[in-house]
Ligand binder design. Structure first.
Ligand code: AMP
Ligand code: MG
Length: 406
């Protein structure tokens, strides 16, 4: 049975259950997924305060003031930041005030310092050179945020600004979904650790570093395991260790029908289940989705491009949901095809494309085969060409952009 991408995605998503919640300090909350509604504990501003450095006064006193008709007020004292006013402003008086300081009783406006002059003969008095309207330069209690206002609803990733708002309204701990730990396994007896000398017939292993970065972009914590040789025994023991230690497992290689492909046999011999293992896309047909010890397992094909395409299209949204995010959609941008794209095949084709500054889309490399890392490294994203069809040069098409760090 070969599923469409949409069918496969739906089957995966219904099986992904957001992880339980944990309580963390607001200092660590940036980018975390809120699990219970985050609300403002207090109103902001906390009290009426001044928007300017200047003098708190009664607006009625200075209605007729101007440069040629300065109005003299007696200054009763000052309210520096972090103190509360002890004295009351009455007609004919004022109090020196600073930005953010609480308004004193009796005053209904603040004249800014620039619109005043010192009285040289009476240092305790000032001259007001410009009128102010009632409530001018006053910030009112609760005008920004009312106590109880929703800052972030469950299932949403917290922004730095929501974190700041939560802190300003008195929150110092919050409830978030636990971040998924994702085990990463690479299978293949031909694989050599980078930094070692290549063995005969060996290649450098590059999928773990690739998948590690992709896992981080899905908001999860990667745990990288040693290279797994192509044997049932080695595959079973690595899978079972990863299932013990992680919330989900991503493997690379060993999912085709070759004599040395052990992912599916290992899942079965560990008593896990295989939900599906073929999708009608190119590259990426042999993606396996199943579970081991009740942990979701995503078996990516070994070719790096197939691994990247299947991870991006299917595994990324699934991991995002595991991490508690309520809604997910890929990011697209529109581009103009600079060349014709053809797909004579019977699977939807995903091509690596480069998006230039002028908005034109070209293939990021002539070699679009599933092992070709060169055209992957030069790409901005993917354009899908439906089966048995062509997209004309000059047409406008959506480009799926590679995910960025959340
Ligand atoms: P497989 O899916 O195991 O048949 O692998 C398909 C192709 O991808 C083979 O040419 C492998 O050598 C290559 N390959 C598999 N795993 C990796 C890896 N972790 N890093 C680099 N290449 C790989
Ligand atoms: Mg292999």
């Amino acid at each position: 049975m070969m599923l469409t991408l949409e069918e496969a995605l739906e089957r995966m998503m219904t099986k992904m259950n957001p992880l339980e919640m944990e309580e963390i300090s607001i200092n660590e909350a940036d980018g975390r997924i809120i699990s219970s509604a985050l609300k403002a504990g207090i109103s902001l501003p906390v009290w009426d305060n001044s928007a300017m450095d200047g003098y708190a006064l009664q607006a009625a006193d200075v209605k007729s003031s101007s440069m040629s008709n300065p109005i003299k007020l007696k200054c009763l004292g000052e309210i520096p930041a972090g103190s509360t006013p002890k004295i009351r402003v009455t007609s004919g008086t004022c109090i020196r005030i600073f930005t953010g300081s609480p308004m004193p009783d009796g005053a209904d406006a603040v004249v800014m310092q620039e619109d005043t002059a010192q009285d040289d003969e009476h240092p305790e008095s000032i001259h007001v050179l410009d009128p102010v309207r009632p409530f001018e330069n006053v910030r009112f209690r609760g005008e920004d945020i009312k106590e109880g206002t929703l800052i972030c609803e469950p299932g949403i990733r917290l922004s730095p600004f929501q974190v700041a708002l939560a802190a300003a309204t008195g929150t110092h701990r919050c409830q978030v979904h636990r971040r998924p730990k994702v085990g990463i396994l690479a299978t293949g007896t031909e694989l050599c650790e980078p930094g070692t000398t290549l063995t005969d017939g060996g290649i450098y292993e590059s999928n773990r570093v690739l998948i590690q970065s992709l896992v981080k972009r899905a908001g999860c914590d990667p745990i990288v395991y040693p290279i797994v040789e192509d044997s049932l025994e080695a595959t079973c023991s690595s899978l079972s260790k990863a299932a013990d230690e992680c919330d989900a497992i991503v493997t690379s290689g060993g999912v085709s029908v070759g004599d040395y492909d052990f992912i599916k046999p290992a899942i079965e011999s560990l008593g896990g289940t295989i939900d599906f293992w073929r999708i009608r896309i190119k590259p990426g047909k042999p993606l396996v989705f199943g579970n081991v010890q009740s942990k979701p397992l995503f078996g990516l094909p070994g070719n790096p491009v197939s691994a990247t395409v299947t991870f991006t299209l299917l595994v990324h949204p699934a991991l995002v949901k595991l991490g508690g995010e309520k809604a997910f959609s890929h990011t697209y941008t529109q581009g103009l095809l600079a060349e014709k794209l053809e797909n004579p095949g019977d699977r939807r084709l995903y091509l690596r494309m480069h998006h230039d500054a002028g908005g034109r889309l070209t293939k990021s490399g002539a070699n679009q085969a599933s092992h070709a890392l060169g055209s992957l490294a030069a790409s901005s994203g993917l354009v899908a060409v439906p089966e048995s069809s062509e997209l004309e040069a000059g047409s406008e098409v959506p480009l799926l952009l590679w995910p960025t760090m959340p």
